[in-house]
Ligand binder design. Structure first.
Ligand code: SDX
Length: 425
């Protein structure tokens, strides 16, 4: 295979190195293109542009493959725990039991959150969106644990542990604080997922999370843990590339995830399904609205920038839906609507031609709701799952000593012109 490509323009030609990944993905290294040719590339939304080389997550959108550090997502979802997956993403290998215990002990030793941070909740109205709360509280941690940015191995590990250990509590404050309920403190004797449920729902010391709910949430957190260079992970890497601290970088990632085209879609899906139910459950009406360019409606939870086949996470979540809801004795009428929508879309040329399949957000909300999580907290759940991915991506960028991100542009504005005094305009 040639290790370089030739770009020809008029009577000039330019050699560009070819980069080949471990899964034989090919890339043109254009880092010297402008110096050599005066050209830059243009790619709105970075649909064809690689921002980095990464060893964390591999996904093949055509085949519907997703692996964290080489391990297939379906095996991790079935056999692993979220804490083990956090370790895997951060350090690159599955931990031994000794390593895992030591890691869990480090997390447990750092769950405490400065009590005065709770005063920030008083600044939010009761109907504030929880994503606004956790992005604010996440940045505020830099006032306590490392705004100066210690980018040594030890320094990075310290802030990673601090943020992983504290975000569950901050997320529970968004849920309980806005509702005027007592704020719970973390229980370091519980595993990560049980502690999260206890923070969210314990009204007294007798609270015991249902093992079915713990297992279901463990699976959902694993499925959301990383997804290579998605919008929010790229945001965390971009903000971190200026050597902003981890808390500020992840807070930016939380804000990016909030968007309805990204992680905010899981809340939008349930609201869409509820609207369809309220409108008599006519799924074909909404399939047709989604196809109508003049109608602003989109089938939320459908389509993906990279997956042009089934999102493997959606497949796992859909399969888990029936099992979890029946174990919990929950029946949710919107599950039937979701399945009908999927069936109709996958048999409609508009969706087939555009390779639009259910993504991770299409069924996840049905399970979150069955677990008792309020709809406006769904994207917070996505953020809790994605946290180890964001941190791992930031860590990889820092360890790689990557330069500050600063894209170019093609200027299409006014040519030079002289200032005109206001009286002469
Ligand atoms: C996540 O990148 C990641 O990895 C993200 C994520 C992760 O784990 O981090 O997987 C999580 O964000 C999943 C996506 C959640 N968002 C949604 O479910 C919102 C609904 N989906 C779309 O808005 C859209 O599919 C995106 C945003 C997901 C992808 O958008 P693209 O790649 O920019 O594609 P596009 O908007 O240009 O759509 C291509 C065509 C268009 O039609 P044409 O102009 O070619 O005629 O497909 C159509 C679109 O109109 N289309 C849809 C559609 N999604 C795309 N039409 C109806 N309903 C939809 N949902």
């Amino acid at each position: 295979m040639a290790n370089q490509a030739t770009l020809k323009y008029n009577d000039q030609s330019y050699e560009l190195p070819v980069v080949v990944g471990t899964e034989n993905e090919l890339a043109l290294d254009i880092s010297t293109l402008r110096d050599k040719s005066g050209f830059i590339t243009l790619d709105s939304g970075y649909k064809n542009t690689g921002a980095t080389k990464s060893a964390i997550t591999f996904l093949d959108g055509e085949l519907g493959v997703l692996r964290y550090r080489g391990y297939p997502i379906d095996q991790l979802a079935e056999k692993s725990t979220f804490t083990e997956v956090i370790y895997l993403l951060l350090y690159g290998s599955l931990p031994t039991s000794t390593e895992l215990s030591a890691f869990e002990a480090k997390l447990a030793a750092n769950v405490e959150v400065p009590a005065q941070l709770a005063k920030m909740l008083d600044a939010f109205p009761a109907d504030a969106h929880p994503m606004a709360v956790i992005s604010s509280l996440t940045t505020s941690l830099s006032a306590y644990y490392g705004a100066e940015g210690d980018f040594s191995k030890e320094g990075v590990d310290k802030v990673a542990i601090q943020l992983l250990a504290k975000l569950p509590t901050l997320s529970s404050w968004a849920l309980r604080g806005l509702a005027g309920k007592q704020l719970n403190v973390a229980n370091p004797s519980l595993d990560y997922t049980s502690n999260l449920l206890s923070l969210f729902f314990a009204e007294d010391s007798n609270y015991k999370p249902d093992p079915t709910i713990v297992q279901a949430l463990n699976t959902l957190l694993i499925l959301h843990a990383d997804h290579e260079q998605n919008c929010s992970a790229s945001t965390v890497r971009m903000v971190g590339s200026s050597r902003a601290n981890l808390f500020a970088s992840v807070s930016a990632g939380i804000s990016a995830l909030w968007g309805p085209l990204h992680g905010g879609a899981n809340q939008e899906v349930i609201e869409m399904l509820e609207a369809i139910k309220a409108d008599g459950g006519d799924t074909m009406k909404y399939i047709n609205k989604a196809k109508d360019k003049n109608d602003g409606f989109r089938l939320m939870g459908f389509g993906h920038r990279v997956y042009k086949n089934f999102d493997p996470r959606a497949r796992i979540i859909k399969a888990a839906c029936d099992n979890i809801l029946s174990k919990l004795g929950v029946s949710d009428p919107v599950l039937k609507i979701a399945k009908e929508l999927e069936e109709a879309a996958l048999n409609d040329p508009y969706f087939v031609e555009r390779k639009l399949y259910p993504n991770v957000d299409f069924y996840s909300g049905i399970i979150y709701r069955a677990l008792g999580i309020p709809v406006n907290m769904f994207t917070v759940m996505f953020a809790l799952g994605r946290l180890p991915g964001w941190i791992s991506q930031w860590k990889e960028m820092i360890e790689g000593k990557e330069p500050i991100g600063r894209p170019r542009q093609v200027y299409v504005g006014a040519l030079e012109r002289d200032y005109v005094a206001i009286g002469d305009r």
